[in-house]
Design a binder for this molecule. Structure first.
Ligand SMILES: Cc1cc2nc3c(=O)[nH]c(=O)nc-3n(C[C@H](O)[C@H](O)[C@H](O)COP(=O)(O)OP(=O)(O)OC[C@H]3O[C@@H](n4cnc5c(N)ncnc54)[C@H](O)[C@@H]3O)c2cc1C
Length: 321
């Protein structure tokens, strides 16, 4: 068992960033762990994507024509298992994405490999892999060892590892995989784009976000109007989206959007769970309003007020009439 096998991801004919980031992750440990670094491209036209993964550090690109362009968990699982058995990599990398999550654990189980998902750190210490992931809802980071496992399968967190910029000189090899066992297990119906949204949390400079503290859906229009009056982009915490009060593009946080360009973040009735902080704790100026003085949002706030958010809202409404 040696080397690293990356299972590339693509959607609608476009390679996803995570595929390139996985190459960056493999490169970061290649010297200590050992190559080769192979990238598997699985599609009905894999050669059209092969050149895009031909980046610095990649030794082989394995193209597998599976006759379908879309992602199918059963097909990816079967291909990864057969390539794992043939190429005998020590490490198999998937993206910690909806696609990767649908098949990586199954691959690990079938190959009897070690496994960790949502990995955001990779090291090799004395020849042994050490993966870092978070646990307990992102409250702690843990290091995972895979003692005694000849093969390790990991699903890597996106936007964490840096993709290489330079072109590579990998060989491209087409491989056949027997898919008779999975043919017809599932049927692809159609691909649906997420509905377009006129808000972009990642580009907004001033965000006013609401959380469960607003108490009732009936109060929502009042806050939407206030955000507009203040010239703020209207954001929210996840429960607001989960309750169907606002669409997903408004959600700030780990499973929502990161407020990348934000300079001022006003958080109304948001407790400051780690998953929410993930999307906004880096913002220069954070103003938090929460009746609970122990709310964790105050740990990242520049200015905090332990007042009823409705009181503040009334005052702002008067001010910005
Ligand atoms: C895998 C995973 C991913 C997640 N991703 C995200 C994510 O991307 N974004 C996200 O936000 N969450 C996410 N969550 C959910 C997260 O853990 C929290 O549950 C959520 O952020 C809590 O939202 P909240 O602060 O609005 O609600 P609560 O935690 O219920 O906080 C409401 C706050 O309002 C305050 N309050 C109540 N009434 C008033 C008042 N009148 N005036 C002032 N303050 C008041 C309360 O003191 C309280 O602190 C995720 C969870 C998981 C497990």
């Amino acid at each position: 068992m040696s080397g690293i096998l990356i299972i590339a991801e693509h959607i609608q004919g476009e390679l996803r960033d995570i595929s390139l980031e996985m190459i960056g992750a493999a490169n970061s440990i290649k010297e200590a762990y050992g190559g080769p670094v192979s990238v598997a491209v699985i599609s009905d036209d894999p050669t059209s994507l092969a050149e895009q993964v031909n980046l610095q550090g990649v030794d082989d690109i394995v193209t597998v024509d599976v006759g379908v362009s879309h992602f199918d968990a059963a097909i990816y699982e079967e291909v990864a298992c057969q390539l794992g058995a043939e190429l005998k990599p020590g490490l198999i990398l998937f993206g910690h994405t909806v696609n990767g999550m649908a098949c990586s654990a199954a691959v690990a189980a079938r190959l009897g490999s070690g496994f960790a998902s949502d990995v955001f750190g990779l090291q090799v210490i004395d020849g042994e892999l050490l993966a870092t992931r978070s646990a307990y809802g992102n409250k702690v980071n843990m290091e995972v060892e895979f003692g005694g496992k000849g093969v390790v399968t990991l699903a890597l967190r996106g936007a964490t590892f840096e993709a290489p910029e330079d072109k590579g000189s990998a060989t491209v090899t087409a491989r056949d995989v027997d898919l008779s066992i999975v043919t017809g297990i599932s049927r692809h119906v159609e691909y649906q784009e997420a509905p377009p949204s006129d808000i972009d949390i990642s580009k907004a400079e001033f965000i006013m976000s609401i959380g469960r503290g607003i108490q009732d859906q009936e109060n929502l229009p009042r806050f939407a109007e206030l955000a507009e009056r203040l010239g703020a982009t209207f954001g929210c915490s996840r429960p607001i989206v989960d309750s169907g009060w606002l669409p997903k593009p408004h959600q700030v946080g780990q499973s929502g959007k990161v407020a990348t360009d934000c300079k001022l973040y006003l958080a109304l009735g948001i407790s400051g769970a780690v998953q929410h902080l993930f999307g906004m704790k880096h913002v220069d100026t954070i103003i938090a309003v929460n009746t609970d003085p122990n709310a964790p949002i105050f740990n990242v706030a520049t200015y905090g007020a332990t007042i009823d958010l409705f009181e503040l809202t009334e005052a702002l409404e008067r001010q910005f009439n």
